[in-house]
Design a protein around this ligand. Structure first.
Ligand SMILES: Cc1cc2nc3c(=O)[nH]c(=O)nc-3n(C[C@H](O)[C@H](O)[C@H](O)COP(=O)(O)O)c2cc1C
Ligand SMILES: C=C(O[C@@H]1CC(C(=O)O)=C[C@@H](OP(=O)(O)O)[C@H]1O)C(=O)O
Length: 390
């Protein structure tokens, strides 16, 4: 089992990820982790902050001479913006002048509920942690998990299927997951089709929103390939892998819907068109020709790719004003900002990959508790052989 937490404020010293339960003797690909961090920073529609940050990982514990030790791992992603916020964010005692406090909660963010719950007169004490800057920590930890999964033959990837009202046509379903992912990687909006006109339409939608002072959400898909049947369990609610995946994806800032496989569409479709029929051949073992279940039945993997879709609401910080109330004066005001993302769906998709990777590795380690990576790999290969030859 894995334990995973993050710490850190958006304009504080840095974002930190804590991982406990990673087996020893795994050779870390530092470049791979930094590449994942940089993927999260990209995507058309991001705001000024991404020009300041150049996220890189620094291991503070749990790693020696390039290999994991089996001890708790602490990863840091330092905030370059911190130097501009030292007076406001310093941990040492001090009083902020009233005009430096944030007293205007933004609709759609954690601001108002946070101020009431944590009894503070400065919204900054809430927004610093509710900010999605925290996802840099998720991606650092997720990249290490993804790296381990790669070495077990599992690939995790994602692509965007809609932003605002612009959608990718269903043509992408004809492509393999690898092709969809490859196309997404060369697209600024991370769409799964190599189609410059379509990419242009997505960008135009974002430009239009930006010009109107608006923000946009969208939908992305995350997948995992190479998993044998049987990861997760039907025996208890909190062992079900579908439930864990839904929680992991839903926990990402601004994600408001999660579907597995056919998802909500299954509720509108008769059973004979939903359930993936079972076949057998001596070469393949048991297999399916369809994947409406998104690779999960009864809370366990079924050997098909895991496919999850997540819906992101529009960014709450808008250039065009929304009505709100000042928490100090109780006077109404119009909420608007100087700096914000207009659309972060391509970035959220990369965070989705990280969350899926952490969840899958955690389920694998629950099934094969291992202190040593080589042993984990041996058990893993044995299990795959066993289910294939059943
Ligand atoms: C990658 C990413 C970037 C985001 N950028 C911003 C942003 O620039 N401004 C903003 O107000 N919200 C941004 N958000 C969304 C807020 O963090 C989110 O709406 C807020 O934490 C409230 O959480 P909830 O929407 O889950 O209720 C971003 C989210 C993600 C995943
Ligand atoms: C810093 C990141 O995202 C931030 C998420 C975010 C929010 O409110 O969630 C607000 C913005 O930060 P700032 O207020 O500093 O401009 C985004 O840039 C990041 O993704 O690394």
């Amino acid at each position: 089992m894995l334990r995973f937490y993050t710490a850190g404020e958006s304009h504080g010293k840095g974002i930190f990820a804590y991982l406990e339960g990673i087996p020893a003797n795994f050779e870390i690909d530092f470049e791979f982790i930094n590449r994942e961090l940089s993927r999260r920073q990209k995507g058309y529609g991001r705001g000024g902050r991404m020009k300041i940050e150049k996220d890189k990982v620094e291991f503070l514990s749990g790693v020696r001479l390039g290999k994991t030790l089996g001890s708790p791992i602490l990863m840091a992603v330092w905030n370059r913006d911190f130097v501009n916020w030292t007076e406001i964010m310093k941990p040492e005692p001090g009083e902020l002048p009233e005009e430096k406090k944030v007293t205007r909660p933004r609709p759609g963010h954690a601001d108002l509920s946070g101020v009431l719950k944590y009894r503070t007169d400065d919204v900054r004490s809430i927004l610093e942690r509710s900010s999605a800057r925290e996802t840099a920590g998720r991606v650092a930890a997720g990249a290490l998990c993804k790296d381990i999964l790669r070495n077990l033959g599992i690939t995790v990837g994602s692509y965007v299927i809609s932003i605002g009202k612009v959608e990718v046509p269903n043509d992408y379903l004809e492509l393999s997951y690898e092709e969809r992912f490859k196309n997404a990687e060369s697209s600024e909006v991370r769409i799964p089709l190599n189609d410059s006109q379509l990419e242009g339409a997505f960008k135009k939608e974002i430009d239009k929103a930006k010009a109107a002072g608006e923000s946009l959400g969208g939908v992305f898909e995350v997948f995992a390939l190479g998993l044998p049947p049987g990861i997760g369990s039907h025996t208890q609610w909190d062992k079900r892998l579908d439930g864990k995946i839904a929680q992991a994806l839903m926990s990402i800032q601004a994600i408001k819907g999660v579907e597995i496989g056919m998802g909500f569409e299954a509720a509108r479709t008769p059973g004979s068109k939903v359930h993936d029929e079972i076949f057998y051949s001596p070469e393949k073992g048991f297999f399916r020709e369809t994947n409406n279940a998104g690779g999960l039945e009864g809370g366990m993997t079924n050997g098909m790719p895991i496919l999850v879709r997540a819906a992101m609401k529009p960014i709450p910080t808008l250039y065009s004003p929304l009505r709100s109330v000042d928490v100090r004066t109780k006077e109404p005001f119009l909420a608007c900002v100087e700096r914000s993302d207009v659309c972060a769906v391509p970035a959220a998709a990369v965070v989705g990959e990280a969350m899926l990777a952490i969840t899958i590795l955690s389920a694998i380690l629950e099934m094969f508790p291992s202190d040593d990576f080589i042993r984990l790999k041996r058990w893993w290969e044995e299990y795959k052989k066993e289910v294939k030859s059943f």
